[in-house]
Design a protein around this ligand. Structure first.
Ligand code: PLP
Length: 398
């Protein structure tokens, strides 16, 4: 039973967990459940990873917080590692995906002002998701999320996703644009990958116009798609990259990386936060990245993604109501032809923890450490749920 003293912002599923182990979660009522969501792309190492637990415990025993009024060596070590992996120049640490995007938006505006653009605008995408703070809510392409919070922050121009001509048309006449902000795989938007040729054309156009290309890898980054960052599949590098979710394995962290001219925009006093990049979270994130390397989790994400995709394709081939199975690595969506929110609770009854986004897309974001038998088990548990849901809802409609 949920406490009456929590603000009415969530509608939690009827389950709670006492602990986890690897890709498995243990419920308060004694069930063992397979985790196909990883806390929404956060727990890439699964639950209670012994190396991570030790690193966090050791650091907690030394020092948890100091503030950014002093040098934080652990933060520096994490920045070095992240910049090396991403081929970026520097990074600001915050506490969430929204904050990482908020930093990117502020950086782009300041960049504009430094170039003499007094009314800077950022191009954003339909169905984008960048967070729920006021600025990131305005950048987010969901009227449902925005409704009631007007007046929205101005300075955003929205275009269809995967449509380079829409951006070229704006480039032809608008002198106030300073940046383009996009995801590489829209996550909340329904697991929709951007085409590689679109990303490459966007990279070329933004460079030519001296706009910043800002790629939100909050959900798709940190190995989720089988590369450290999903844009690397297209062979491009952004100017600005917000990160969060998988970076701290559940210890809250956001990061905004910058490269080239974007890395020179902020000066002391322009931006900051009390908790960002503290010793504890920095160690958690650095250790997360190291463990991912030690355990070959990028390659594992590719392999497990392939196994699951082909198993779903086989099992759901020709099933009426299944529109598309898509994704990259372990960021997968199964789109049905009807709203399917009920699938979450049906899957829970089969001891599988999953999610539905955009009403009709079953979203799978399992831990990156899953092995082949767990990957096949997710498919084995979900397929009968999907079939039964489709049969039942078809009957109900008839
Ligand atoms: N950006 C993307 C691509 C996301 O998927 C999300 C959250 O789902 C966010 C930003 C916001 O992150 P947070 O919920 O940590 O504020």
């Amino acid at each position: 039973m949920q406490s009456q003293h929590l603000m009415n912002t969530y509608k939690p599923a009827p389950v709670a967990f006492t602990h986890g182990q690897g890709a498995w979660l243990y419920t308060t009522d004694g069930r063992k459940m397979l985790d196909a969501l990883a806390g929404i792309a956060v727990s890439g190492l699964g639950h209670a990873h012994p190396k991570l637990v030790k690193a966090i415990a050791d650091q907690a025993g030394k020092i948890i917080h100091t503030s950014n009024l002093v040098n934080v060596p652990e933060q520096g070590a994490l920045a070095d590692k992240l910049c090396a992996l991403a081929q970026m120049d520097n990074v600001f640490f915050g506490n969430s995906g929204a904050e990482a995007n908020e930093c990117a938006i502020k950086l782009a505006r300041l960049y504009g002002h430094q170039r003499g653009i007094s009314n800077p605008h950022i191009i954003v995408m339909e169905r984008a998701w960048h967070g729920r703070t006021l600025a990131t809510l305005a950048a987010t392409g969901s009227r449902k999320a925005q409704a009631g919070f007007e007046p929205l922050v101005t300075g955003f121009i929205r275009v269809p996703y995967n449509d380079i001509d829409a951006i070229r048309a704006i480039a032809a006449h608008n002198k106030d644009v300073v940046a383009v902000l996009t995801e590489v795989v829209q996550g909340e938007g329904g697991i929709v990958p951007a085409r590689a040729d679109y990303l490459q054309a966007l990279r070329e156009l933004t460079a030519q116009k001296q706009w910043l290309l800002m790629i939100d890898e909050v959900q798709s980054g940190i190995g989720r798609t089988g590369k450290w960052f999903a844009h690397q599949w297209a062979g491009i590098t952004p100017d600005v990259m917000p990160l969060a979710k998988g970076l701290g394995s559940g210890v809250p962290i956001g990061a905004c990386l910058a490269k080239g001219i974007a890395a020179t925009v902020f000066k002391p006093g322009n931006h900051g936060t009390t908790f960002g990049g503290g010793p504890l979270v920095s160690v958690a994130a650095l250790r997360t990245l190291e463990i991912m390397e030690e355990e070959g989790l990028l390659a594992n994400a590719v392999r497990m993604g392939e196994i699951m995709t082909s198993a779903f394709q086989q099992a759901l081939a020709g099933v009426p109501g299944v529109r598309e199975i898509r994704g990259m690595g372990l960021m997968m969506g199964i789109e049905l032809d009807r709203p399917c929110g009920d699938i979450v609770n049906m899957a829970l009854e089969s001891n599988l923890f999953t999610n539905v986004t955009q009403d009709s897309v079953i979203r799978l974001l399992p831990p990156l450490i899953i092995n082949e038998s767990e990957a096949r088990e997710i498919v084995a548990r979900l397929v009968p749920v999907i079939k039964s849901f489709l049969a039942h809802s078809a009957r109900a409609a008839a």
